[in-house]
Design a protein around this ligand. Structure first.
Ligand code: ATP
Length: 416
């Protein structure tokens, strides 16, 4: 085997080296008179976390952590660690998050930290499976754009030869254009960039967005029913897979036997004691709504449905109800009081769409490629965007969304 030297203890006639690879930590036992005397010196002076290769015979052992120990026949140093370590890998005392993220490669060596990314990998695989089973095609849309879709405040401008471009805040416009291209059902799992000025535990500047778009929908409920079953299937299959592997985080994924409750925006406003206010929900509001939904429906997930137009004014692509233009078909999906997804039916009629653009302060002239998709036949369609980091964050119960990304980016962090 080969791995990192976690610890070495010499106790008279016997010495133990603990060597960690991704499957766990193995005890290597050196017995005086049996093991090569050189190895005692080698392990004794080798810094922790160096990489060693050990060949030998594995024997059952009641006393060692994995029920086996390795008696070496050959030992080789592969890569020597510098000292001191800026971050302990096996220290019992936890370092603060900034120190951990500054030395993320060492932090990621901790089995409990790696476990988060194993859970994340299973959740992503679960989503891919659930979409493919429903006839969705996986697509990749451009991340370098001329125009953003979610408003100017959170756009990152980049120099693009002799022009200015922006990093994609979402694949919104492109997934709609693919509905104009006749793809009917698409999904994308890709980075989205937001210049989030506020420093919160739930915002990062680069996150992974899971987006889907569907054509020929009859209304918002078609979208919700799909999102609802996709989330339940994806998490169900991730839980099954992790349980079969005996993964320590398998139990973090809740059983979700029933569809999620649909809570009208107006009901949530009443719960908050401000009926008819038509204001967007803030962080504390979302927490209150999440707790109430959990108490009333016994579900950690819940939809907030029928967002008022007043709250979605800048979401120019959101369909407004013709019979009641104060309402959109937009909904959010919440999980433990945190918004994890947002979506709804889109406006597919170009006249209405350009009206919405103007009402939201967008100039239709800036969106020629997008609008062209609506000029030559566009089916009714809709979709949603779901934050993978947010769902992993809520599943694991970690203190900060940054812990769900390998190398998180925020206002102050571009390195490592
Ligand atoms: P919020 O109000 O929480 O800032 P938003 O309304 O800006 O979110 P949307 O534009 O609706 O979010 O994006 C859809 C989903 O993308 C959100 O529900 C969330 O899961 C995720 N998301 C958006 N911005 C971020 C961010 N800065 N960091 C992490 N996830 C994000």
């Amino acid at each position: 085997m080969a791995g990192n030297l976690e610890d070495y203890r010499a106790l008279g006639g016997v010495a133990f080296a603990l060597v960690r690879d991704r499957s766990g930590t193995t005890q290597v036992t050196l017995k005086k008179g049996v093991a090569d005397p050189v190895w005692f010196t080698l392990f004794g002076e080798l810094p922790r976390e160096s990489i060693v290769e050990v060949d030998g015979v594995v024997r059952r052992s009641e006393k060692s952590n994995r029920g086996v120990e390795l008696f070496p026949s050959a030992v080789r140093v592969v890569s020597r660690s510098e000292v001191p370590l800026p971050l302990g890998v096996v220290d019992k005392v936890g370092a603060d998050l900034d120190t951990r993220l500054d030395h993320r490669v060492l932090d990621l060596r901790k089995p409990a930290v790696r476990a988060v990314f194993e859970l994340r990998g299973s959740v992503l695989a679960g989503f891919r499976r659930a979409f493919v089973e429903r006839g969705f095609l996986e697509v990749e849309t451009p991340k370098l754009l001329r125009q953003g879709a979610e408003g100017g405040a959170t756009l990152f401008a980049v120099e693009y030869f002799d022009q200015r471009a922006f990093l994609a805040q979402s694949p919104q416009l492109y997934k709609q254009m693919l509905m104009g291209a006749g793809f009917e059902r698409v999904f994308e799992i890709a980075p989205a960039f937001r210049a989030e000025p506020s420093d919160t535990i739930r915002h990062i500047t680069e996150f992974t967005s899971l987006d889907a778009e569907m054509a020929y929908i009859e209304g918002a409920e078609d979208l919700r029913a799909t999102l609802d079953s996709v989330v339940r299937d994806a998490l169900g299959s991730a839980k099954k897979e992790l349980t079969e592997r005996g993964h320590p985080l398998a139990e973090k994924i809740p059983d979700l036997p029933r569809p999620f409750p649909r809570i009208p925006f107006e009901t949530a406003e009443e719960w908050l004691g401000r009926p008819g206010a038509e204001l967007d929900f803030g962080t504390e509001d979302e927490k209150t709504i999440g707790a109430r939904a959990e108490a009333e429906y016994g579900s950690p997930f819940y939809f907030l449905v029928d967002y008022p137009t007043a709250v979605k004014l800048h979401t120019f692509y959101a369909w407004r109800d013709d019979a009641n233009p104060r309402k959109t078909g937009y909904f959010d999906l919440g999980f433990h009081g945190i918004e994890i997804a947002s979506g709804g039916p889109r406006e597919h009629r170009i006249e209405k769409l350009t009206e919405n653009m103007l009402a939201g302060g967008f100039d239709p002239k800036n969106f020629p490629g997008y609008l062209e998709a609506f000029r030559f036949g566009m089916p009714p369609h809709g979709g949603w965007g779901l934050g993978i980091d947010r769902i992993v964050w809520m599943l694991t119960g970690l203190s900060n969304i940054r812990e769900t990304r390998l190398f998180p980016r925020d206002r102050y962090r571009l390195d490592p």
